[in-house]
Design a protein around this ligand. Structure first.
Ligand code: IMP
Length: 199
């Protein structure tokens, strides 16, 4: 299959943590634009899966700009919470995107279940990516990293739920881990590996 390489891309997110992390995964030769630079607000995430929501964002920003757009939708699924916060991960932080509040809610909800903290609280970060072209074609990929919830938040690196996520095979939370390490193993990197051929 012939793949036309992309040299200009709109990043379909207004989340600065994500912009920083995604920008580092994209080859420097590609010109990147963000919706905030173009004065565009994000659309409502009305989908029922990460893939659906990433498609909603990629399509919206591609149609608004008439450019190729890459959007992600990601979040943390916690098994004993029935996979919540999941696609609601950003919404648990409220309008002000207060992740201290979101993390408190995670512990509150887990403790309602009378869990044994000596046992592993299984969870995973998931990232769905969609590249959407102005001719309405699109391509999707998904990446997952499995782990457990830390018994307390640790570390000040990263963003969102990083201080409470310990990836399998490691002792540190993402909040304690160097970005250079996190970015080689995380859900976003795994999803990116599958779309590298377009860059
Ligand atoms: P959305 O994809 O914009 O709906 O937001 C997903 C939310 O999931 C983010 O705002 C973060 O809170 C959380 N999230 C996604 N990826 C990560 C990550 O790598 N570390 C920490 N939190 C993340």
């Amino acid at each position: 299959m012939y793949i036309k390489k992309i040299n200009k891309l709109v990043l379909g997110t207004n989340n600065q943590g994500k912009v920083r992390e995604i920008s580092k995964l994209i080859p420097k030769k590609i010109k990147l634009y963000t919706p905030s630079r173009l004065n565009l607000k994000s659309p409502k995430e009305t989908g029922s899966s990460f893939k659906e929501n990433s498609l909603i964002k990629a399509k919206f920003f591609s149609e608004k700009t008439d450019e190729i757009c890459l959007a992600d939708d990601s979040g943390l699924e916690i098994d004993i919470l029935g996979k919540l916060p999941g696609i609601y991960s950003a919404r648990w932080a409220g309008r002000k995107m207060d992740f201290k509040k979101a993390i408190k809610k995670v512990y509150r909800e887990i403790n309602k279940k009378e869990v044994d903290w000596n046992k592993k609280i299984k969870c995973r970060f998931i990232c769905a990516l969609t590249i959407y072209w102005p001719n309405k074609k699109y391509y999707q990929s998904e990446g997952i990293i499995k782990g457990k919830i830390s018994s307390a938040p640790k570390g000040t690196k990263g963003f969102g739920y990083d201080p409470i996520f310990i990836p399998n095979g490691y002792k540190l939370t993402f909040g304690e881990m160097l970005f250079s390490k996190k970015s080689q193993i995380d859900h976003r990197f795994m999803a990116f590996k599958k779309i590298k051929k377009f860059f």
